[in-house]
Every structure is written in structure tokens, then in C-alpha cells.
Design a binder for this molecule. Structure first.
Ligand code: GDP
Ligand code: MN
Length: 400
């Protein structure tokens, strides 16, 4: 689960991580009021969306081309910036071309930056440790730094059994070339960041940029993601969920215990089991197709779930063919076939549907589909299914 920058900073501040003063605003008037309550000569108005790259982004229908992070010298400028952002669509490298509508703003007390750095904390699954990555290349995409100048990234891994020690934090600080009082402030920053990461069940914390203001290390931006399996014990974090930021279908899927991720292709996939779902996507690609989604209906693929899954897949206008690949174990193939038939009838299926069933009662399942009168293309193996769906999808693309 994702949260907004202002929420992440609110959490981090509780753990002693320094952040600039800021106030969240749900309207232009609130943003102006927030600025009026600050005793400063530099304000920053920041669009709050679940995507980064706001500063370098742009608003659709805004010829000024200005982004979602604006420095303002007066209250009037704050009002203008807030008006230009609130309710408008911001496009960044991370939103995709459709962008995201801005519904919340964050007004911060602008700070005088000495230098910008990069800092992230991630779970390193290979090492079973928590890894810090820092770099002197603040404000840049870490992927680009890793590609062009990997020597500028300093990594330190922490064993969670013993936790963070002074030497871990000092290694990071020295890696950034910090001196004297800066080291002391950075050590405190990294140590507190680690505590927040562990205590809140975060899966990633990214501070880009982390900045020196005088000798004090601060988080100028903050992105946090959380382990969804731990949300039951993270009530405060869970309350920060902003459903308006979530993809409609991903929400519907999670409410129905389906794992769904939308992708760029045109072949909708419905599969049971995450491993089989991955293999299905791979084999579609192998035969020249592009999956439109990852969708795992889970072990208990009930007719209701199959119907919901169909609705989710079909609500994506780029889907031009569907492949159902289900292994009937806990749920028998004839039951699944009935579910597929009922769902196909209910949703008025308009694209070719290839079904590959395997497992208990597979013959009965195939008979039911053949007798259904629906244009279901039956397949015998994973390879056969992939070839058939790629071909049928191409034809339906051409006809469209
Ligand atoms: P992002 O573009 O979504 O990553 O948003 P950030 O919060 O990282 O802001 C983008 C950039 O705006 C930063 O890298 C800074 O250069 C600049 N910026 C943000 N806040 C301040 C501030 O308080 N003072 C100054 N001088 N620059 C700021
Ligand atoms: Mn940033």
C-alpha cells in the first residue's frame, strides 16, 4: 500500500526524522490559509498524488508547462499555484500519459538547500536484510544513477536481528563525503529512518532528495510503501489509504481476493495460481502475444469469482482476446466450466475466448463448454492454448 508524501512525512517525523514544516490542504482556500500561518519568505506548493516526478511533470491544459512542485514568494503566488493544481490533471514520468487528478496539496516552508542527496531503505530479499542505498546524486532517478554511475551509490545492509548500529550509519554518512556536524545529523537521520521502516512494516522508504539545510539532514520528499500483509497491525498507516488513488479494477480485485495487475498488452488472462499465471504470461509472449494483465483467481475459483474476474478483464478496452487457464484441483473442471459459461453469458462476451482446463473431471468440463453454444475455443495444453489465443486475438484486432 502506498501513501502520500505529507502522510509519509507525518509518520517519519514521529520517529525523529527531520522534515520541513508543512500543512496538507484539501482546497485552494486551505492552501492559502496554510501559507498564511507560516512565518517564511519561501513557500512550496506540492501536488499530492501517488506518483513521483511531480516537479518535472506538467498539467494538461496548462500552457505554462509548470510542474507539480512550485516555489512561491508571496501568498498570491501560493494561491495561483494552488489554483493551477487543485482538481487538475498532472502528468509525470510515473503516471502514464493519462496523468492523475490532484485532489490534495501540501504547502511547505521552503528551505535553503545546501546539497541534495538520495536515500532509500528497501527489503533485500536475497540477503534477508534491510538495505540502505545512498548517493550524492540527489533528485535524480536512482535507476539512471545505477546505470550511468553505479560507483556513486553506497549500499549498507543491516541484519534485522541486531538492528542498525552507529557504524552502519557512519559508513553511509562518510560514503556521502559528510564532515563534522553533518555526520552527526546524518547518523541520527539514518538510525531513525531505520526504526520507522521496521516499526511501520514498510517495504520501501525513498527520500529523494534528502537535503542538507545548514548542517542538518532533512527529508525534502518522502515515498513509503507498506507490506499489505502487515496492515492489520498498522492501523494508523491503514487509515492513510486514499482509495481515489487506486485503480478501480485493482480495488475490485482486492475486495474479491483476486490478485490483479494491469499490463499493456491485449490478451486478458484468467489463471489459478501465481506460478501458473506467470508461466501463462511467458508462453503468450513466447508465441508473439502480449498479456493485458496478470490475474490469479486463487485456489477457490468459484463461479462468482470467475464472473468478477471476467468483468475486470473486459472492463479494459484494450483486451481483444481472453485466455482462461485453470487447473482443476480443489475446484473441479466441470464446476469451473459452468462458472466460465455463466460468466460469458452474463457479461455478453464480445471477444474470442480460449479455455484450457486440466485436472479432475476435465472431460466433463470440455463437454459442458462444447454444449454451451458459446464460441469458446477449447485448448489441450498450455502451448496449444497460447497459440490459439494469440491467433484469435490477432484476428479480432484486425476486425476491429
Ligand atoms: P518530485 O518531483 O515528485 O520528486 O518532488 P520533490 O518533493 O522531490 O521536489 C522536486 C524538487 O523541488 C526537489 O528536488 C527540489 O529541487 C525542489 N524543492 C522542493 N522543495 C523545496 C524547498 O523547500 N526548497 C528548495 N529550494 N527547493 C525545493
Ligand atoms: Mn522527489
Amino acid at each position: 500500500m502506498n501513501i502520500h508524501e505529507y502522510q509519509a512525512k507525518e509518520l517519519l517525523e514521529k520517529y525523529g526524522v527531520a522534515v520541513p514544516k508543512g500543512i496538507a490542504a484539501m482546497s485552494v482556500d486551505e492552501a492559502v490559509k496554510a501559507a498564511e500561518s507560516m512565518d517564511t519568505d519561501l513557500y512550496v506548493v506540492k501536488a499530492q498524488i501517488h506518483a513521483g516526478g511531480r516537479g518535472a511533470g506538467y498539467f494538461t491544459n496548462d500552457p505554462s508547462g509548470k510542474g507539480g512542485v512550485r516555489l512561491c514568494k508571496t501568498i498570491d503566488e501560493v494561491r495561483d499555484a494552488a489554483e493551477a493544481m487543485m482538481g487538475k490533471v498532472l502528468v509525470t514520468k510515473q503516471t502514464g500519459p493519462e496523468g492523475k487528478e490532484v485532489q490534495r496539496l501540501y504547502v511547505t516552508d521552503g528551505v535553503d538547500i545546501e546539497k541534495e542527496y538520495y536515500c532509500s531503505v528497501v527489503l533485500d530479499r536475497a540477503l534477508s536484510r534491510v538495505t540502505f542505498m545512498v548517493s550524492t546524486e540527489g533528485g535524480m532517478d536512482i535507476e539512471d544513477v545505477a546505470e550511468n554511475s553505479p560507483e556513486k551509490i553506497v549500499k549498507v545492509s543491516v541484519d534485522t536481528a541486531t538492528g542498525i548500529s552507529g557504524f552502519h550509519a557512519r559508513k553511509l554518512a562518510f560514503g556521502l563525503g559528510l564532515k563534522g556536524a553533518q555526520v552527526k545529523s546524518a547518523v541520527k537521520f539514518f538510525s531513525n529512518l531505520y526504526l520507522a521502516f521496521i516499526d511501520l512494516d514498510a517495504s520501501i522508504v525513498e527520500i529523494n532528495p534528502m537535503v542538507l539545510v545548514g548542517d542538518e539532514m532533512m527529508a525534502l520528499d518522502a515515498k513509503m510503501n507498506f507490506d499489505p500483509n502487515a496492515l492489520y497491525r498498522q492501523k494508523e498507516v491503514f487509515a492513510m489509504r486514499d482509495e481515489s488513488e487506486e485503480d478501480e479494477n485493482e480495488k475490485l480485485a482486492s475486495d474479491n481476493e483476486l490478485s490483479y495487475v494491469r499490463l499493456d498488452g491485449d490478451i486478458g488472462c484468467m489463471v489459478n495460481g501465481a506460478g501458473l499465471a506467470m508461466a501463462t504470461m511467458d508462453i503468450i509472449k513466447l508465441h508473439g502475444g502480449e498479456p493485458a494483465n496478470f490475474l490469479d483467481v486463487g485456489g477457490g475459483a468459484t463461479p462468482e469469482r470467475v464472473t468478477t474476474a471476467f468483468k475486470i478483464i473486459l472492463s479494459d478496452p484494450s483486451v481483444k482476446g481472453i485466455l482462461v487457464n485453470i487447473f482443476g484441483g480443489i475446484m473441479k473442471c466441470d464446476i469451473i466450466a459452468m462458472g466460465v459459461i455463466a460468466a460469458a453469458k452474463e457479461v455478453n462476451l464480445s471477444v474470442p475466448l480460449v479455455v484450457r482446463l486440466e485436472g479432475t473431471n476435465v472431460e466433463k468440463g470440455k463437454e459442458l463448454m462444447a454444449a454451451s453454444g458459446l464460441p469458446i475455443i477449447s485448448a489441450d495444453s498450455l502451448g496449444d492454448a497460447a497459440i490459439k489465443v494469440v491467433e484469435a486475438t490477432k484476428k479480432s484486432q484486425e476486425a476491429a
